[in-house]
Design a protein around this ligand. Structure first.
Ligand SMILES: *[C@@H]1O[C@H](CO)[C@@H](O)[C@H](O)[C@H]1NC(C)=O
Ligand SMILES: *[C@@H]1O[C@H](CO)[C@@H](O)[C@H](O)[C@H]1NC(C)=O
Ligand SMILES: *[C@@H]1O[C@H](CO)[C@@H](O)[C@H](O)[C@H]1NC(C)=O
Ligand SMILES: *[C@@H]1O[C@H](CO)[C@@H](O)[C@H](O)[C@H]1NC(C)=O
Ligand SMILES: *[C@@H]1O[C@H](CO)[C@@H](O)[C@H](O)[C@H]1NC(C)=O
Ligand SMILES: *[C@@H]1O[C@H](CO)[C@@H](O)[C@H](O)[C@H]1NC(C)=O
Ligand SMILES: *[C@@H]1O[C@H](CO)[C@@H](O)[C@H](O)[C@H]1NC(C)=O
Ligand SMILES: *[C@@H]1O[C@H](CO)[C@@H](O)[C@H](O)[C@H]1NC(C)=O
Ligand SMILES: *[C@@H]1O[C@H](CO)[C@@H](O)[C@H](O)[C@H]1NC(C)=O
Ligand SMILES: *[C@@H]1O[C@H](CO)[C@@H](O)[C@H](O)[C@H]1NC(C)=O
Ligand SMILES: *[C@@H]1O[C@H](CO)[C@@H](O)[C@H](O)[C@H]1NC(C)=O
Ligand SMILES: *[C@@H]1O[C@H](CO)[C@@H](O)[C@H](O)[C@H]1NC(C)=O
Ligand SMILES: [Cu+2]
Length: 598
């Protein structure tokens, strides 16, 4: 099977993917227990009721088993033990069709706590299955199991899943592919084959040690030693000559690359030498086809692109390297490669490297993000909220906070480095927020995150002298059904930086973006016709982005920077979206096996 073969340094394109698309029976994939059952009438009725206005075609139920186990692995001539799913890195690929119910039994066989997030899945009313630790559930402790149970509706394309606790997602992640409803084709050229490309980040040291070390002193973590494509760094790294993912192609055929940035702390440029990429979908939502040599993809983002194997027979590098927007910050300045291998190319052929933008090419990153547009189709109308019921203005940026008692910190003036939303550095509670909300448990959170900054400053100019942020578990309450506009404003405190902000439980429309300070007059140029729809957006370094979404999914939904450094420092908040009046607008009760908090 494809990803197992990666261990031998050479992999074939997974045929199973295509078979699923062409409507044949899915095969068991990658050592996963995948059982298929047609849905009984009773479940159909439950489904039709439970999905309310989002009911589409009823799907089938797909079962998966995820065992959290240790894996011994060696890259760049460094061996270590990592936490994995079913002993695979990347972990197993989940294939479903839109409309399916997905049941994943996760059992924790390692010593540490774990929790898994199904990144980008809307989770209509099923927030208990969303996964972020201490937000929608307490962690699955050693020896315990939890069965995630959700349906996949109103979205189609490439998503992924990953651990959502400390930095465990470095090695606990994989692709989650939502194929169109049975009998439905793509709104673009049907590819001959499909290939997930998971971009990752590798440390020679144990990631747990990197995490413990930097959190203890409130400083910067050690940078990674390599990037990877489907778990392999590629031959540009020392000791890695044979450690490359190889994608075999047949001349004349068209391939759908499903690209996922599963890296922890780096936004990436990605390109394939001598080939053009046609972007057709981002974050499991179709886009107007957009042709480019290079894509820009932040941690948390996913993208499907068509590649035509129409070049001379030979070998071409698929390559990724970072976009590092924080001036003077150190970063992993290396390049990962995989090999696009044409059938009939000679074994001795030397692959050609693509030209990638410079690490600081903000103009390219901005041009790429500004070029994306939604593609309205019959199944996916583009309903941009035309009016705003609740207007929010959140600053996102770096800060400091007091060093914890009895620690020595290395941040400015002996403080700990921090990051904040509207000057509040988020503190994770010990009881899951969703439980506290649903069962009305007092003392876990407050609902006073300000809608606007205390003062309207020049956020991107000279930074304030006082770098300190407040700390707290502050949430924002949104009534069911209202249209929310959220302007995210980067700040210059310590450094401006492109922050990939991810919202759980929703997709949002990116109606505007720009550099400098947002001004209300900017709203006159908002795109309310075909703005791109995403679950993760890189807020321009030293700039702003304006988002809109309709609060049609009740629950507690985390929003945070997807750079793990900033997430750990507190660049997080959560929305409580209240229940609506209709029965199908209310949260479902928690499952019986929801992990306990105490
Ligand atoms: C998960 O672990 C259980 C218990 O050891 C085993 O029976 C099952 O086959 C494992 N599943 C996978 C997918 O490895
Ligand atoms: C990993 O290697 C260690 C010692 O090097 C060994 O004790 C352990 O059993 C191995 N674990 C697995 C899952 O193979
Ligand atoms: C999943 O949730 C549905 C709807 O709540 C329920 O009918 C079904 O029994 C659940 N399945 C499992 C395996 O928990
Ligand atoms: C981090 O880097 C420093 C400096 O190179 C090194 O001394 C330390 O051991 C590293 N920490 C980890 C966890 O690898
Ligand atoms: C690939 O592109 C480069 C320039 O971008 C060109 O010099 C080279 O001839 C091309 N190679 C092939 C095999 O098409
Ligand atoms: C190859 O396909 C791309 C589109 O993917 C097209 O722009 C280009 O002209 C084609 N090149 C050749 C040599 O056919
Ligand atoms: C970056 O480093 C250079 C050289 O040390 C220095 O002149 C410059 O002021 C620094 N820029 C910022 C924004 O810190
Ligand atoms: C990154 O590495 C390249 C060589 O691969 C080098 O030319 C460039 O100067 C480096 N940039 C930085 C900012 O370290
Ligand atoms: C990018 O960094 C290089 C130094 O490595 C510098 O010469 C160049 O001006 C920078 N470009 C931008 C757009 O900041
Ligand atoms: C800090 O150290 C003092 C003296 O060693 C000790 O009494 C106190 O309990 C420690 N506090 C914490 C929070 O560890
Ligand atoms: C942020 O909050 C801290 C602590 O309350 C305060 O000292 C600081 O002035 C605030 N900064 C801004 C920019 O509001
Ligand atoms: C694991 O989770 C439990 C339940 O939330 C918590 O009590 C415990 O402290 C956690 N363990 C670690 C090492 O964080
Ligand atoms: Cu960030």
């Amino acid at each position: 099977m494809a990803f197992n073969a990666v261990e031998e340094g050479r992999t074939r394109v997974a045929r199973e993917d295509a078979m699923q698309i062409y409507g044949q029976n899915p095969l068991p994939l990658f050592n996963l227990s995948l059982t298929l059952s047609t849905v009984a009438l009773s479940i159909l009725l439950v489904l039709a009721f439970s999905v309310g206005s989002h009911a589409e075609h009823a799907g089938i139920t797909r079962n998966f088993e995820f065992n959290v186990t240790y894996l011994n692995i060696s890259r760049l001539c460094h061996s270590k033990q990592v936490v994995s799913i079913n002993g695979q890195l990347p972990g197993p690929t989940i294939h479903v069709n839109e409309g399916d119910r997905v049941i994943i039994k996760v059992t924790n066989f390692v010593d540490s706590n774990v929790s898994i997030h199904w990144h980008g899945v809307r989770q209509f009313r099923s927030g208990w299955a969303d996964g972020p630790a201490y937000v929608t559930q307490c962690p699955i402790q050693s020896g315990d199991s939890y069965t995630y149970n959700f349906t996949v509706l109103s979205q189609s394309g490439t998503l992924w899943w990953h651990a959502h606790i400390t930095w465990t997602r470095a090695t606990v992640h994989g692709a989650l592919i939502i194929h169109p409803k049975r009998g439905v084709t793509y709104p673009f050229q049907q590819p001959d084959d499909e290939v997930p490309l998971v971009l990752g980040e590798w440390w020679n040291a144990k990631v747990e040690d990197v995490f413990t070390e930097f959190t203890a002193v409130g400083g910067l973590p050690n940078i990674s030693d390599a990037y990877t494509i489907n778990g392999q760094p590629g031959p540009l790294y020392k000791c890695s000559t044979k450690d490359a993912f190889v994608m075999d192609v047949t001349p004349g055929k068209t391939y759908l690359l499903r690209i996922i940035n599963a890296g922890l702390n780096n936004e990436l440029f990605f390109s394939v030498a001598n080939h053009t990429l046609l972007v057709v979908e981002t974050d499991a939502l179709y886009t107007k086809p957009f042709s480019t040599k290079t894509i820009f993809i932040t941690p948390g983002q996913t993208m499907s692109v068509l590649l035509q194997a129409n070049q001379s027979i030979g070998k071409y590098y698929i390559a990724a390297r970072p976009y590092a927007s924080a001036v003077n910050a150190s970063f992993d300045n290396t390049t990962t490669t995989a090999i696009l291998n044409y059938q009939g190319s000679s074994d001795s052929a030397q692959p050609i490297l693509p030209e990638l933008p410079e690490f600081n090419d903000t103009a390219f990153a901005d041009h790429f993000d500004s070029s994306l547009r939604s593609l309205p189709t019959t199944d996916y109308p583009v309903n941009v909220p035309q009016t705003v019921d609740r207007s929010l203005f959140f600053t996102v940026g770096l800060a400091v906070k007091p060093c914890p008692l009895n620690h020595t910190c290395v941040g400015p003036n002996g403080n700990s480095l921090a990051a904040a939303v509207n000057n509040v550095s988020f503190v994770l509670p010990h009881v899951a927020l969703l439980q506290a909300h649903y069962f009305n448990i007092q003392g876990v959170f407050t609902t006073d995150l300000p809608d606007q900054p205390a003062q309207l400053l020049d956020f991107t100019g000279k930074p304030p002298k006082n770098l300190e942020a407040a700390e707290g578990t502050k949430l924002t309450v949104i009534p069911y059904g209202v249209n929310v506009q959220l302007v995210l404003q980067d700040t210059s405190t310590l450094a401006t930086e492109n922050h990939p902000i991810h919202l759980h439980g929703y997709n949002f429309f990116v109606v505007g973006r720009g550099f400098g300070n947002f001004h209300p007059a900017n709203s006159s140029s908002f795109n309310l016709v075909d703005p791109p729809q995403r679950n993760t957006l890189g807020v321009p370094a030293g700039g702003w982005a304006a988002l809109r979404f309709k609060a049609d999914n009740p629950g507690v939904w985390f929003m945070h920077c997807h750079l793990e450094i900033h997430n750990t420092w507190g660049l997080e908040m959560a929305f409580i979206v209240q229940d609506g009046n209709r029965p199908d607008q209310k949260m479902l009760p928690p499952p019986n096996d929801l992990p306990r908090c105490v």
